[in-house]
Every structure is written in C-alpha cells, then in structure tokens.
Design a binder for this molecule. Structure first.
Ligand code: ATP
Ligand code: MG
Length: 425
C-alpha cells in the first residue's frame, strides 16, 4: 500500500476526554472515529488490525473443530422471557418495538438464540458434542462507556457455545476451549494471565478469565507462586479491602493471605470462559433422545472481546512515540520510508524497486511516498506501529545498503538487499 493511495491522516492531538493511552493513540492514528458515546467506526487502518485479530481467532477456533455461524443481532424479547434474564441484565439491555408492536432487544450476548437454534437442530446424542461460534457485533448499554473501544456500547465479540450430553463432556469441551484461547493469545503476542472469575449474569459454575496485564487495567488480579490465581471480585471483603488499600498506596509488595503470599496485578479482561451446566438448556428445554428418554444438555460459553483486544494490545505495547504492534496483528509487515524522494530520482527509483520486490514476495508493506519531511514520515510511522521501518536515502544508496529500524527498540541495522526477506521469516 502506498500512502498516497491510503487514507493517511494522523492527528497531533487526541480529544481531551480520552484518558487512556490506547484511546488517544487510536484516535491520533485515525484507526477509529467516534460517532456517539461508546460507538465507533473503524477506519481503514484500524480495521486492518481488527481483521488480523479476527483471523487469528477464526483459524484457532476452526482448528479446534468449532463451527462458525452468524446469528442475528436483533433478538425477540420472548426468548429472554423464557430464561427470565431481562431483569438480570437490567438497563444494559437496549430494546425497541417494531411496527407490529413486537418487542426486541439488541443482542448483548447470544445464549438464548443459540439454545433456540439447538433445540431445533440437535435431536440425538449422535449430534453431540458440538461447539458453535460467531464473530459479531454486540450491544450493551454500558452505564459508563469509556476508554474508546475498550469499553464501548457497540463492540465486536467472538462468542462460542458448547453442547454436550453430560458433565464429563462439558468439562472436556471447556478444557479444549481453554487450550484454544491460550493458542490465540500466544499467537497475538500477549503477556496475559488466566484467573478464576465470577460468572455474573451469564450464570454457571466454573468460570475463568483471560487478562492482558497492564497497569491501566480495570480489573485487579492476585496470584501466588503455585496454582492459585483469581480476580479480586471473588475474594472475601476484608482481603479485598486490604488489596484496594495497597493499590491506593502504590504498594507493590506481596500480601499475606490464606492462599499464601499473593502478588497483585492489574488486568484487562479479553476473554471469559464458563461452564454453564443446564441453566439455559433446562429453561428452554434443550434435550436429546438418550437411553429411551430425553436428556437435558450441558452447555459452556466462551467469549473474546475482539475489538477490546486491539486497545489492550496498545496498552501493553507502546512508547512515547506511539504504538508498537505485536507483529502478528500489525497493520503492515513494515513501513518503507523514502527520504526526500521528490528531490532525488535515485531515492524514488530505489524505493519503488524495493516496494515492488516486497509486494512480489507477499510482504505487506506500507510505502510512505508522500512529499513530506523525514520528521513527519518517521513520527507518523512510529504512531502506526509497524514492526520495521526500511529507510531509503541517498546516503544509504551510496553505501549500497538498506537501513532498518526496529520499531520496538528503535535499533538501527544496515542490511543488504538480499537479506531483506529474512526480516520477515
Ligand atoms: P466486563 O467485566 O469488562 O464488563 P463482561 O464480563 O461483562 O466484561 P463478558 O460477558 O464476559 O463481558 O463478555 C466477553 C468478552 O467481551 C469480555 O471478556 C470482554 O473482553 C468483551 N467485552 C465485554 N464488554 C465489553 C465492552 N463494553 N466493550 C468492549 N468489549 C467488551
Ligand atoms: Mg466477563
């Protein structure tokens, strides 16, 4: 992609109300555009990153045998009456009435819809086990939408639902999804923790959350050096208070507790998995024929905050110059920066040659061919956060080398053209 054909408009300043660094950088890089409180458009640059995240999720879900579906965003209220969940969800549920006076909600989650599908589709134990998933827009009328797409009202979620004949099967499906999530978050390149969690309005028994570690995280997590890890929400009140005080005092020391010495960290929830049991299958009568009778199914549900992941990646990977995207989700594999190409034919020709060479080798390169100063090109490129910057200048041409700057640490190296592709292995 050439800058001249892209929509490459960065901002010097972020809006005053954008407190979080990821929010500020996403607006400044023109990745997202606000439309209303908690509602954003994804611009070409942001969408490329969002799509990369989606692809990693989809590939891993498919590898684990999950089947992709796409359910409607609009859901009849009557389904929610069957599970009596309207009250539980409260004012986060946004509803409306159609011309025939039927009531609907904008889907905040899809347990009811998938259970309705499965009570029609799953007839016998031979249809099991099954895990369906979708990547789709959710709407929750959050009380305090903030931090950009980190806590939006409209956001993109990957939600999956498993169906098994018995608890043993459900445990297996749950463990498989936990493993799949680890593959997904490893591939994205996150530093994350898995903690015990509260199952909230979704319901069920066992539940764990995946948190990207970042000081700006809204959740507080604790762990000992063995296998105990938990969201503080689950701890008893006195321990919770003690931890809150420590955080308020910026005290990073460990804390003594009945679970041993606990470390405290802040996290951003990017994934949440639940063993639901038969909460929905019983309320909506989802059963299959088994042993001459009907057997109520055991379900699990598994969410990933797809759009939140983009913001979380920035919270975990940035510096004072801008974003440093992990290479598996960056918008482009590298930036190509030509120095004063309008004045120098040889720079322009060399940049064009390297551009065509990279494209020919399936490297997704962003070539800044604008008539702009080197300072502007570098600061925009640092903001965008591609892992490498390849610099073409008269000086480098004379030396017969290419200069490569690694975005992460700004380390400069000189390489020959024939070594260029080895950067991307
Ligand atoms: P939170 O505690 O952050 O409000 P939740 O526990 O209500 O989230 P889940 O129902 O577990 O959310 O949804 C699955 C995933 O969807 C979450 O782990 C999170 O990554 C993402 N998510 C939830 N709410 C939002 C939101 N308002 N904006 C962006 N992503 C969200
Ligand atoms: Mg959750």
């Amino acid at each position: 992609m050439k800058a001249s054909s892209f929509h490459y408009k960065t901002l010097k300043e972020a809006p005053k109300d954008a407190e979080l660094i990821s929010h500020r950088l996403m607006i400044r890089a023109n990745m997202i555009k606000p439309l209303a409180s908690g509602i954003y458009s994804w611009m070409p640059l942001g969408l490329k990153i969002l799509n990369n995240v989606e692809s990693i999720i989809r590939k891993n879900m498919d590898e684990y045998g999950c089947l992709e579906v796409l359910m409607p965003m609009v859901q009849p209220k009557s389904l929610w009456d069957e599970t009596k969940r309207s009250e539980e969800m409260g004012p986060e549920l946004l509803g409306f009435i159609d011309r025939n006076k039927r009531e609907f909600y904008l889907g905040p989650t899809h347990e009811e819809v998938i259970t309705d599908i499965c009570r029609q589709e799953l007839q016998s134990h031979k249809d099991l086990p099954k895990t369906f998933y979708q990547i789709q827009t959710k709407f929750r009328d959050e009380i305090r939408p903030r931090f950009g797409v980190m806590r939006g009202r409209e956001f993109l979620m990957k939600d999956a639902y498993s169906f098994d004949l018995n608890e043993e099967g459900m445990n297996k499906s749950y463990q498989a999804m936990k493993e799949c999530y680890q593959k997904i978050f490893d591939e994205i390149g996150f530093n994350y923790k898995i903690v015990k969690a509260d199952s909230g309005a979704i319901g069920g028994n066992i539940s764990e959350e995946f948190h990207v570690l970042a000081d700006s995280g809204e959740d507080t997590l604790v762990f000992n050096d063995k296998d105990f890890s938990s969201n503080v929400e689950l701890l008893d009140e006195s321990l919770k208070k003690e931890i809150e005080t420590k955080i308020a005092e910026n005290d990073t020391n460990q804390i003594d507790s009945i679970y041993g010495k606990l470390s405290i960290k802040k996290g951003i929830e990017v994934g949440h998995i639940f063993e639901l049991g038969n909460k929905y299958s019983e309320a909506m009568n989802l059963s299959v024929q088994h042993d001459n009778g009907q057997r109520i199914l055991e379900m699990g549900c598994y969410g990933i905050g797809v759009s939140r992941i983009v913001a979380a990646a920035i919270e975990q990977n940035h510096d004072d110059k801008g974003i440093i995207f992990p290479k598996n989700i960056s918008a482009f594999d590298c930036s190509l920066i030509s120095i004063n190409e309008k004045k120098s034919n040889s720079v322009r020709e060399k940049a064009q040659e390297i551009y065509s060479f990279l494209i020919g080798n399936n490297i997704d390169v962003f070539y800044d061919d604008r008539d702009a100063s080197p300072g502007i090109k570098f600061s925009d490129s640092n903001l965008m956060g591609n892992p490498y910057q390849i610099v073409i200048s008269d000086n480098n041409i004379d030396k017969g080398i290419l200069e490569v700057i690694e975005r992460k640490n700004q380390a400069k190296t000189e390489i020959t053209e024939k070594d260029l592709l080895s950067l991307f292995n």
